[in-house]
Each structure stands twice: as structure tokens, then as C-alpha cells.
Design a protein around this ligand. Structure first.
Ligand SMILES: [Zn+2]
Length: 236
């Protein structure tokens, strides 16, 4: 028998609570199952599919005005402002030198958004490249993008400049940013200034900085992927 994710003993594990022979009630875990389903449709990593309560760490994040705000506090604020940020087409720009904190942040926010039934699309550079090379995916992807409340572009700025396809990739990212009618979340290892040199014609940077945006820097490198194999911690 499947175990209920919120460990409700009366739940059958699939979200039904038997009241009597013909009557069932829904367990609150059905909303979580639904959120997982919407999250998976976005294309975001299932290894980062965590609600805030499942994340042990709480590093400080630097705001544009040099304030520090703990991860959990910021994500809760963003979660409560989703409807507004989607409607007003905000850009959230998450930058850091290394570590996975910003991508985890974006994924956890997508999961919270999925819990509120918002649709999203998670894109990384490799995905955009594959998608451009496979014309059969184009129509489906464009439909998914046009229906998305939230689009995440992960790891912007890691492109290989010698790639003959770079111009095509830039044109597409630029179009995605400009056409999107909801919340845009971008993660990058580049600082904004570096992004200006990464994209020499400045189009992507100016598209990103246009309109209402917030920039956050993930400072601490204390965030690591949860190892899937516990033994990884036992061997030096
Ligand atoms: Zn349940």
C-alpha cells in the first residue's frame, strides 16, 4: 500500500479517505500530488522538487539594496506575491558565483506556484539548443511557453561563444523574455555587468533589466545537492 505523503493514517496513499462504504473524502495530500504533477510538466529537475519545509538550510541572500534576507523568508514573500508578480510581469534575477542555491530557489518557488495551480516552464541552455535543433518540438514548446504563468531560464550566460548556433540561441532567449506575459525568473553565474560582456550586443541584458525587476545574490555556498546515496557522506 502506498503511504500518504503527509502521513495521514486514514488516507489510502492516493488521496482518498474512506468515510463509509460509498463515501470518500479527499486528503490534503491530493493538492501536493497535483502540485508535483504540475511541477514535473514544467521540465524542472525532480531532484530539486522540494517544498521549503523539506529544505534544512537557510542561507542569507543579498538584495539589491545590500540588505540580507534569509532564504526561507524571501521565498515565503515571493510565494505570497506570485499573483502580483505574474500579473505585472516581474523579472527575478538570481545570481551567484557557484553552488546550486539559486536553482534550488527557483525550483522550490515553482513547486509552491504549482501548489497554487500556476503553470510554468523551466528552460536551461542545453534544452533551448536541443529544442532549436528539433523542429518537431517547436510548436509544442511555443504553446507551452505561451500558456506559462512563470518561465525560468536557468544558468544564463554559460553559452559557448564559438558556437555557430549562438546567434540563434540569443534570438530565441530574447524572444522568450520579450513575449512572456507572466513572471520571469533567470538564474546566472554572471554578475549583471559580466552579462553585458557575455552578450556583446546587450539585447538580452536590456530585455532582462527592462521593466520591474529584482536582483538577488546568493552568497553562501553552504547549499549542496542532497546526495541520493547516503553512503556518499561516509566515504571521504
Ligand atoms: Zn493523503
Amino acid at each position: 500500500m502506498m503511504k500518504c505523503i503527509i502521513e495521514n493514517p486514514t488516507c489510502d496513499g492516493y488521496g482518498q479517505i474512506k468515510i463509509n462504504r460509498d463515501t470518500y473524502e479527499f486528503c490534503p495530500c491530493t493538492d501536493i500530488h497535483k502540485a508535483y504533477e504540475i511541477y514535473r510538466q514544467s521540465g524542472a529537475s525532480k531532484h530539486l522538487m522540494f517544498f521549503p519545509s523539506q529544505l534544512q538550510f537557510n542561507p542569507n541572500i543579498l538584495t539589491e539594496h545590500n540588505g540580507l534576507i534569509p532564504f526561507h523568508e524571501l521565498i515565503s514573500t515571493h510565494n505570497n506575491s506570485l499573483a502580483h508578480m505574474i500579473k505585472k510581469r516581474w523579472h527575478l534575477i538570481l545570481i551567484s558565483d557557484m553552488g546550486y542555491g539559486k536553482t534550488q530557489y527557483a525550483c522550490t518557488l515553482l513547486l509552491l506556484a504549482a501548489y497554487q495551480k500556476y503553470k510554468s516552464v523551466f528552460l536551461d541552455m542545453r534544452f533551448i539548443r536541443d529544442w532549436l535543433n528539433d523542429k518537431t518540438k517547436k510548436a509544442q514548446m511555443e504553446k507551452q511557453l505561451s500558456e506559462a504563468d512563470i518561465i525560468v531560464i536557468d544558468d544564463l550566460g554559460v553559452e559557448n561563444y564559438t558556437d555557430f548556433n549562438l546567434n540563434n540561441v540569443i534570438n530565441n532567449i530574447d524572444a522568450i523574455i520579450r513575449d512572456h506575459t507572466g513572471l520571469l525568473i533567470v538564474t546566472s553565474n554572471c554578475k549583471i555587468a559580466d552579462m553585458k560582456t557575455a552578450y556583446p550586443n546587450g539585447r538580452i541584458t536590456s530585455a532582462l533589466l527592462k521593466g520591474d525587476r529584482k536582483i538577488y545574490a546568493f552568497l553562501e555556498q553552504s547549499i549542496r545537492h542532497q546526495p541520493t546515496d547516503e553512503k556518499i557522506k561516509q566515504i571521504p
